[in-house]
Design a protein around this ligand. Sequence first.
Ligand SMILES: Nc1ncnc2c1ncn2[C@@H]1O[C@H](COP(=O)(O)OP(=O)(O)OP(=O)(O)O)[C@@H](O)[C@H]1O
Length: 620
Amino acid sequence: MVRVPRHVLRRLLSVGEDPDAIVAAAPPVPLRAVFRRFWPYTRGGRRWMVLLLCFSVIGPVLDGAEIWLFKLVVDDVLAPRDLSPFLWIALAYLGLVVGSGVLGFADDVLSTWVSERFLLALRADVFRHVQSLSLGFFERRRLGDVLSRVTGDVDAVETFLLSGVANALYYLIQVGVFLGLLFYLQWDLTLLALVIVPLFWRAARHFSRLIKDASRERRRRSGSISAIAEESLGNVALVQAYNRQGWEQRRFERESVGKFRAAMTSARIRAVYGPIVEVVEVSGALAVMAFGTWKLAQGQLTLGGLLVFLALISKLYSPLRDLSRLSNTFYAASASAERIIELLDQRPQVVEATGARRIGRARGDVEFDGVSFRYPGTSRWALSGVSFHAAPGGTLALVGASGAGKSTAAKLQLRFYDPDRGAVRLDGVDLRDLRLSELRESVAVVLQETLVFHGTVRENIAYGRPEATEADIVAAARAADADEFIRLLPEGYDTMVGQRGRMLSGGQRQRLAIARAMIRDAPILLLDEPTTGLDAQSGRRIMEPLRRLMAGRTTIVISHNLLTVRDATCIVVLDHGRVIECGTHEELLAHGGAYARLHRLTAATAPTPVGTPPMGKVLS
Ligand SMILES: Nc1ncnc2c1ncn2[C@@H]1O[C@H](COP(=O)(O)OP(=O)(O)OP(=O)(O)O)[C@@H](O)[C@H]1O
């Protein structure tokens, strides 16, 4: 016999390490913990599961009865050559077939219903949970991997919990029924047939572990593939402009090859496992046949009895084999379950305090009081002892070099993160004591990168306030100076703007964002570089709607556009996370510091303040 060296076998049946893992594998979770975790999602379908269980008992009983009828045909009709009992045996057989058909139909429909309901509940909950996570989670994780968990891995959990359990029970019941019949027929032959069970069990345990490793690697690679696809297709313009298609392709292929290898390892494990199980099974069947033939010769068994016994043995071995295979399926599916559990175990960094306060409509008094903040996992302070105050209706401008901490301050204002030291207050109340939904309702944002959803212009504006009427939408669009261009679009307010608003120009997207903020009618307005990416003319064009939007609201504006900054009630100059200057335009000019330097330079380089070079280049 050819001996395969151990190390070759190990290499064939196990997955290698990946030193440059794009997506890390989820921590292992014991099978029992996986069950406990997902069992609650079966709520609502449990009584139907009991019914399915009854079907599982009835099914094998009907199967057993069919085989029994075969024994009667051999022993009572064929052997004595007597046709008289045939009619009722034939009728019983027909009845059994019809019964099995009806049962099969009910079983198929009901089990699909139970599984799909389970998936519905789980998927909705996973998505709800992911939505509840703080911005920090999404800034750390690869979006594609999260998507692959929410879609692909969720389905695998169903295999684990419902189909898996249902099948396991079904097989167990089959084994029980057939074992009962076999013992009734010939207890000594049955005992001999059962010798193979411990062998089955050992093989299943060993191979399941190998399968689990390979499946874990497969799911991890699926996550990496989704992540790369999402990143490169989402940034297709950048990829093409920099001719990086080849590089992206190689990254994608590297992960795909990883998945392919893991799939091949799984296939090899299953391929080795199949014949091993078969050899065990055939040995058992042969032993039974030999002993059975001896008993037949001794006259201790009829021919019909032996044939039925052998038919039942194959019926018994089939669920036994399926049971041992199922353990492979269980372990494979548990690799996906681990990825879902890891997702569900993520806790939002920002949580609403119990008994959080309601403030109703805020006045718009914003205060940063000695705020220091470090992004999780970093050692540098993004903000350090930052204090400023914006009175209701006032405009506070945050200026500073790139990386000075302006957007971070905006994130803290929206409570995407909590400060490590100090406090951010709204109307004198620490944001941590406020209801999160009320805080967010108090703020309307217009971001640097305007977010436009795939949908109509109308839907995009109404996103700021879903209950807005048609008149509100048009009024907001007019105030945002967007009504005119919207009416020129092919279908006016019903025009689809494409994913991320691709059908619109940068300035049009920006005006749509202003209309959305306008309709929200919040007391606080957060403008993060609202004129970035716009040419001088478009930049100037949105100034007027912006001013209309800012009127009567507390505005925090992060801008390089000195037109907005000049009018601010207070200008805060940030540098490396610290406030280095603070005052009105005139005060800061008179002070002759960083702001005055910037102003001199921008005045010298640009005729109008709109479209000036980034302040970062000057301050840093
Ligand atoms: N999610 C993050 N995780 C870790 N560090 C971050 C994160 N976001 C920003 N930083 C770091 O925090 C610092 C402040 O960044 P921030 O985005 O607030 O700067 P900014 O003043 O808004 O810059 P810009 O004008 O270029 O938008 C930077 O050093 C940046 O590298």
